[in-house]
Design a protein around this ligand. Structure first.
Ligand code: GTP
Ligand code: MG
Length: 600
């Protein structure tokens, strides 16, 4: 459900070097906006008097923390206060690690930040490191509070020096703070009230600045995004509709709208919205977990991202630049396969290149590191085997965030910064290497074709039903053989009991299955044979991989259920065509159109 308060609420994180006054800023803000519980300020002041301790605004936070922790469990110290404009949640970041972990895994999300710098001490390491973290997390609403101005006699020059120095640093990391404010948290100068002591400062005070921060566009107003969670089939006779179910992350969709699914690029129109025992609905909006049916039967898999045609599409790529926070017990290393979870999809991912690393425990930077250790924050390039659908976090936080699984544990989390130029796919690289090493035979392909009087071909039968695929493949093998062709049909069970006996079927690694079939096809077509196999629900990406692996020989696909996108290699039949009709047409295509015939 959409939380209506969400629109009116903003999360702000307060960061800065130790003792520069973060807690005091928050305490003062709460006190000056009358946001403290009745009598809290007085009771803390009295407590200090009784114990002969000077009163500190920071104590207010501790007192509140204790109170809150009795009620609900909270991961960070959070305080709430309201202005006329909206409600705020202030996060007193408990430490970089927790803060980062929560931010990258989406547990908490700051939309704005205040970075506190002590005017007397000046810029310290954490002032810079925290600046860097804000940039890494992509927080755009940033205010710099130059605190303890009372200790430098409210001096304008001192303030401007800090502004100049810090600006040079921030420019380097691409941060443009909204504003610098000279404050004295202890005395409440320029926090909720304009300072009389710093008349030279003409800018807005802290409270005004946070009210001026713009909220991100609300989820409903963003482009439609729904990761496919599941596909349910209607069970009644003759009803082959499927319900595509999932949670709408952003945007909305109505009956009659055109949708496109990424990364398969399949399109259809929304026919009905299925609301499971509820009143009929005509549209789905952000936050709803429901389903819809389509006007045409296209084959969609779990993990695809549904978008609306006419709106900004999501990106589809296998190579992207990310900011990654690593928390795995083993380091992230090159040449190892990990699992990337994004939205509802899971794909194999590998570390392609480390661009930059900082250690989040002490925030030191190390260059030339060859692995990503626990608590490192890395800017790096990741590469998946299959292309995935995503948005940049700057466009959509919900679809631009991912988690990395090492074995069975969540080992990292991050945000996608940039979609990179299409480079060579992992398969391309593999094939280039293989072809380079491959010791070519002295007998040429033409000589073999002459001998066998046929063109070698790789024929894939695809559809939704393995039994039907098997029947057609078997028949096709027989027909071609009876016409004098050298043909071989490899069945799935032959594969699984032999070449693929190391693959655990319950944990079926489909990409590896496709890769082995492609490699096998390359050998069998090289022998000069027509090689037939069946692969259920072959998608565009898999076809592309098979094409690459089988090069230089050609592939053709017989789709017996009309589930594929249109492509030149695919002969598609609607599922109501009989076996005989399909075989007749296929035979005609293969023999009459000289697809497998060879003439000298
Ligand atoms: P940590 O949570 O330990 O990192 O510190 P912090 O950044 O939260 O600082 P805190 O608010 O606890 O303040 C540190 C010390 O600075 C306290 O003794 C405050 O009283 C003092 N302080 C905070 N703001 C001001 C100010 O504006 N002027 C002066 N003179 N002292 C201040
Ligand atoms: Mg503090």
């Amino acid at each position: 459900m959409v939380n209506l308060n969400e629109k009116e609420r903003m999360n702000i994180v307060i960061v800065g070097h130790v003792d520069h006054g973060k807690s005091t800023v928050i305490g003062r803000l709460l006190a000056d906006t009358n946001s403290l519980p009745e009598g809290k300020l007085e009771s803390v002041k009295k407590y200090c008097e009784r114990n002969s301790r000077p009163f500190e605004y920071a104590f207010l936070l501790d007192a509140l923390k204790e109170e809150q922790s009795q009620g609900i469990t909270i991961d960070t110290a959070r305080c709430f206060f309201k202005t006329n404009k909206r409600q705020y949640v202030i996060i007193d970041a408990p430490g970089h690690i927790e803060f980062l972990k929560n931010m990258v895994t989406g547990a908490s999300r700051a939309e704005a930040a205040a970075l506190v710098i002590d005017a007397k001490e000046g810029i310290k390491e954490n002032s810079k490191r925290h600046g860097y973290l804000l940039s890494m997390l992509g927080i755009k609403n940033i205010v710099i509070l130059v605190n303890k101005m009372d200790l430098v006699d409210y001096n304008k020059e001192k303030f401007l020096n800090i502004v100049d120095e810090f600006n040079v640093f921030l420019k380097n990391i691409n941060i443009n703070p909204k504003v610098y404010i000279p404050i004295s948290a202890i005395n409440g100068e320029n926090i909720a009230f304009k300072s009389e002591k710093m008349r030279w400062y003409e800018g807005p005070i802290f409270l005004e600045v946070i009210d001026s921060f713009e909220k991100e566009e609300s989820d409903e107003n963003k482009p439609f995004r729904m990761p496919v969670q599941d596909i349910y089939k209607f069970t009644e006779d003759n009803d082959d509709r499927r319900i595509i179910a999932g949670t709408v992350l952003t945007g909305e969709i109505k009956i009659g709208d055109d949708v496109i699914f990424y990364p398969s690029f399949k399109k259809a129109k929304i026919k009905t919205i299925e609301s499971f025992n509820e009143e009929k609905q005509f549209k789905l909006t952000a936050g709803m977990s429901k389903g819809f049916t389509l006007d045409t039967q296209i084959y969609i898999k779990r993990g695809e991202l549904a978008c609306k045609i006419g709106e900004k599409p999501s990106l589809v790529n296998h190579s992207f630049k990310v900011n990654l926070f690593w928390m795995g017990k083993n380091p992230m290393i090159y040449n190892k396969k990990y699992k990337l979870k994004i939205n509802t999809t899971k794909e194999i991912v590998m570390l392609e290149k480390i661009l930059n690393i900082i250690d989040a425990s002490d925030l030191t930077t190390e260059s030339n590191k060859q692995q990503i250790d626990k608590f490192d924050v890395a800017q790096c390039v990741l590469k998946t085997i299959r292309p995935i659908a995503f948005d940049l976090t700057s466009d959509n936080q919900k679809t631009g965030r991912f988690v990395i699984v090492d074995e069975y544990d969540i080992a990292g989390g991050g945000i996608i910064l940039e979609s990179l130029e299409q480079e060579k796919s992992i398969y391309d690289e593999q094939v280039n290497k293989r072809e380079f090493i491959w010791n070519k035979s002295q007998i040429s392909a033409i000589e073999r074709a002459n001998r066998f009087k046929q063109k070698p071909k790789f024929i894939v039968i695809t559809g939704t039903n393995n039994e039907k695929i098997d029947i057609i493949a078997r028949e096709l093998e027989k027909i071609l053989f009876s016409k004098g062709k050298n043909v071989y049909y490899l069945t799935l069970s032959q594969l699984l009991s032999g070449l693929e006996s190391d693959i655990n079927f319950s944990n079926f690694d489909r990409d590896e299955h496709i890769r082995r079939i492609g490699e096998l096809a390359r050998i069998i077509t090289d022998i000069g044979i027509i090689f037939i196999t069946g692969i259920s629900e072959l998608d565009d990406f898999e076809l592309e991989q098979l094409k690459i692996l089988n090069k230089p020989y050609e592939i053709i696909v017989i789709d017996i259920d009309g589930i594929s996108n249109k492509r030149e290699e695919i002969y598609s039949f609607s599922s109501d065509k009989s076996k005989e009709e399909i075989l007749k047409i296929v035979e005609n295509i293969l023999l009459e159109k000289n697809i497998v015939e060879y003439y000298i």
